[in-house]
Design a protein around this ligand. Structure first.
Ligand SMILES: NC(=O)c1ccc[n+]([C@@H]2O[C@H](COP(=O)([O-])OP(=O)(O)OC[C@H]3O[C@@H](n4cnc5c(N)ncnc54)[C@H](OP(=O)(O)O)[C@@H]3O)[C@@H](O)[C@H]2O)c1
Length: 290
């Protein structure tokens, strides 16, 4: 929109955005869709990409929280729009894709960040098959459906990048996380294969195997209270770097060591994790006590 057609307030915002945005970032003026933007890593990522001059599309279920994040971004001179959507509802995801493509033509960068973690032993999961269904719904089927909807426009504009916010658990294979880690591993593998099919169209994928981040997701797990963790803002900076540099994977040294340990000494690694499994029992939340 030309500057003369804008209200004084919008002109002011645009000016602030020009001054504060990092014009050298490849994200400037790009359309970046972030799922799970109402909280934690997703919120911090949305704010960080807006600071680099991207137009941010905020997706999560809670419309009021998305509007809060949108107003924070706009107050700082950025550009954001809210798209409330439950990613476990396939029809809602299809409607989201239709609306976003109608309004923006294509999404340049997609951050599949929305997710749900469950830490519960198999013994406590015997009558809880829904734990496995729910984690697959939000951590795998939701992002796959959304990505599939947005891929054709990325491929036809011959540019696109997808960042999946996964966990070092895909390398560690930590006890009590079977439902969560298996769903994240499914997205990790799907994206490696998708990236090979879309590589010739300049559409790429990054799998981020993050360690612990201090967000509402991990607060019910007492075992994490004293462990070192990244802030959501620090995690968001890693996501931004992945959006800008487009690496195949982003990981941690402990994740890589655990992967190697699993590979070279699988039974010894089983023994070590079995001892750790007994040392860190199910949390009160996993046992159904708050
Ligand atoms: N925290 C960690 O230690 C850690 C480590 C590695 C990876 N991760 C991954 O990082 C991602 C973000 O988690 P976080 O730690 O930032 O947790 P968080 O603060 O709890 O954020 C989770 C986000 O996902 C959204 N969400 C959940 N279910 C959804 C659904 N059905 N449809 C749409 N949005 C949904 C939530 O929004 P609504 O409730 O508004 O829908 C929220 O914005 C997750 O994928 C998580 O697995 C976290």
């Amino acid at each position: 929109m030309g500057l003369l057609l804008q209200t004084p307030r919008a002109r002011g915002r645009r000016l602030v955005r020009r001054i504060t945005a990092d014009a050298s970032s490849p994200l400037a003026d790009r359309v970046v869709l972030v799922t799970g933007a109402s909280s934690g890593i997703g919120e911090a990522t949305a704010r960080a990409v807006a600071r680099r001059g991207a137009r941010v599309l905020l997706v999560a279920r809670r419309a009021d929280e998305l509007d809060r994040v949108r107003m924070v971004i706009e107050g700082a001179g950025g550009v954001a729009s809210s798209y409330p959507c439950d990613l476990t509802d396939g029809d809602a995801v299809d409607r989201l894709v239709t609306q976003v493509l109608a309004e923006h033509g294509a999404v340049d960068h997609l951050v599949n960040n929305a997710g749900r973690s469950i830490r519960r032993s198999l013994r406590l999961s015997e009558d809880r098959f829904h734990d496995f269904e729910r984690t697959m719904a939000v951590n795998y089927f939701g992002p796959v459906r959304l990505t599939m909807g947005l891929l054709p426009a990325m491929r036809s504009q011959r540019f696109g990048h997808v960042v999946n916010v996964l966990t070092w658990g895909v390398q560690v294979k930590a006890p009590k996380f079977a439902a969560y880690i298996a769903s994240k591993t499914a997205l990790d593998t799907w994206s490696r294969i998708a990236g090979r099919e879309t590589f010739a169209d300049n559409v790429t994928f990054t799998n981020m195997r993050l360690g612990l981040v201090r967000t509402p997701m991990v607060s019910p797990t007492e075992a994490y209270a004293r462990l070192p963790a990244l802030s959501p803002e620090r995690a968001a900076e890693l996501v931004v770097r992945a959006l800008e540099d487009r690496p195949v994977t982003v990981g941690t040294i402990p994740g890589a060591v655990a992967e190697l340990f699993n590979l070279v000494a699988p039974r010894l690694s089983d023994l070590a994790f079995s001892l750790a499994d007994r040392r860190f029992p199910d949390s009160a939340a996993a046992r159904g006590q708050r």
